[in-house]
Design a protein around this ligand. Structure first.
Ligand code: FMN
Ligand code: SF4
Length: 419
């Protein structure tokens, strides 16, 4: 298997969190050459690289950055999404703990490219350890002149403020995140009809995931073509894939897009633990589960996983062996969504409660004979009728479990119908 080290290139170096060590190993080298470049050339290079957002949606990064180049006559803002609340996803914290200066370097390049001076890193409230690492790294970067006024003697200023979330999953959704940053309840906003930037206190704002920004220094240093040497034509480059669950060697490992899922699991994960493979949730808990037959065909890129009816999402794989009770596994997820629905949309607020209750009643052998159909129908009602994609994602999760492991759901109903 071809090993790739674009974002993880310094992960194994002892003491790399300290700026001196990081600089010795090449950190901030792009910043010294940054002012020789026109900001627009950096945006064009990112666009040409085909870099796609690593926060779950896989949106083309260059297109988002280009929206920021308009003459807004208002200060622009960069927001880094480090909410990382999605179950099964733990790659952003890996970047922060193993190479925080790579993220800061990416932030400086991105700010310069889009013309922003103020950066907010929105970090998950529970990530105390990583908040401290990041703050220390930022303090060091200020002392070394990479952050603050007059970066490296230039007229350019970048200031980073670290803001802690309060533990709501929905605050990872970019518009809810901005509401939360503005001090309001974390409710997703209605989406505009046309492409436009996000807005933070009325200022044009770019929101990108930690890993997306940590990939920027490689592209600026080596060029778009170097990035495109990895991956597939539609999913160029690499990603930090995370593996948890029934795996011998769980963790986060970088791989190029297009890598076979099974090969990845065998090579980095050391194979399935304690039984045979039953299924894999491929991209964080909100993506539909793949059964073992599908996993055998799956490749780690956006298009291949979509063809299998799921989504690459954040690349956080939850691996399950044949000891897993799929009704219990779905209940576990539905409890989470029930708790985390922000409550703005009726189909989501009520729907997440109903589906949770139905699966709970199945597990107690007290569900009605048609509860499988009810589950699927409520899922349909949650799809395409809400402000954000939280509810449609829950609908996809239900569909995946019920349609692929239907017999397990039927077992709970057999002989115990009470209608
Ligand atoms: C319910 C929900 C939760 C999300 N959580 C996160 C998150 O924790 N981190 C993240 O980077 N993106 C998350 N996203 C995606 C963001 O809305 C947004 O697309 C992303 O931060 C953009 O950055 P990118 O283009 O670099 O991926 C979430 C989206 C939804 C709908
Ligand atoms: S779909 Fe759910 S989480 Fe998203 S805005 Fe509506 S109620 Fe909130």
């Amino acid at each position: 298997m071809k090993e790739v080290k674009i974002v993880s290139k310094r992960f194994d170096i002892e003491g790399i969190n300290h700026i001196k060590k990081a600089i010795e190993h090449g950190a901030y080298s792009t910043i010294h050459k940054m002012f020789d470049k026109d900001p627009k050339t950096i945006v064009d290079e990112i666009d040409k690289s085909g870099l796609r957002g690593k926060g779950g949606g896989g949106a083309p990064t260059g297109a988002k950055w280009k929206l920021m180049l308009q003459d807004f006559k208002l200060p622009k803002v960069l927001v880094i999404n480090c909410d990382e609340n999605e179950p099964g996803t733990f790659k952003d914290r890996q970047i922060i703990s193993k190479d925080p200066h790579l993220l800061i370097e990416g932030i400086i390049l991105t700010s310069y490219a889009i013309g922003a001076n103020d950066v907010y890193i929105y970090i998950r409230g529970e990530y105390h350890q990583w908040q401290n690492i990041l703050q220390k790294a930022c303090d060091e970067a200020y002392l070394q002149g990479y952050l603050g006024k007059n970066i490296l003697g230039s007229k350019y200023r970048v200031d980073i403020t670290i803001c802690k979330g309060a533990g709501a999953y929905i605050c990872g959704e970019k518009s809810a995140l901005l509401e939360s940053l503005e001090g309001k309840r974390g409710h997703p906003r209605l989406k505009p009809h046309q492409k436009e930037p996000e807005w933070y206190f009325g200022r044009p704002t770019l929101v990108n995931n930690v890993e997306t920004i940590a990939t920027v220094p490689f592209i600026v240093e080596n060029g778009a073509d170097a990035y495109k040497e990895y991956g597939t034509s539609k999913s160029p480059g690499s990603m930090l894939f995370a593996m948890s669950g029934h795996i011998n060697n769980p963790g986060v490992y970088e791989a190029e897009f297009g890598t076979s899922m099974m090969e990845y699991i065998e090579y980095y994960g050391g194979g399935i633990k304690g039984g045979n493979l039953k299924g894999v949730i491929p991209g964080g808990a909100s993506t539909p589960i793949l059964n073992a037959t599908e996993v055998a065909k799956a490749k780690l890129d956006y298009e291949s996983i979509k063809e299998l009816g799921s989504s690459l999402g954040t690349g956080g794989m939850i691996v399950m062996n044949d000891s897993v009770n799929m009704v219990e596994a779905l209940k576990n997820l539905l409890e989470f969504y029930h708790h985390e629905s922000c409550g703005q949309c009726t189909p989501c607020r009520e729907g997440t409660a109903w589906v949770d209750e139905i699966v709970e009643s199945m597990l107690r052998y007290s569900a009605s004979y048609n509860s499988i159909e009810q589950l699927l129908q409520i899922g349909q009602t949650m799809n395409g009728k809400t402000i954000c994609v939280f509810a449609p994602a829950v609908s996809g999760v239900i569909d995946g479990f019920v349609k692929k492991f239907r017999s397990e759901f039927e077992e709970y109903l057999r002989g115990v119908c009470n209608e």
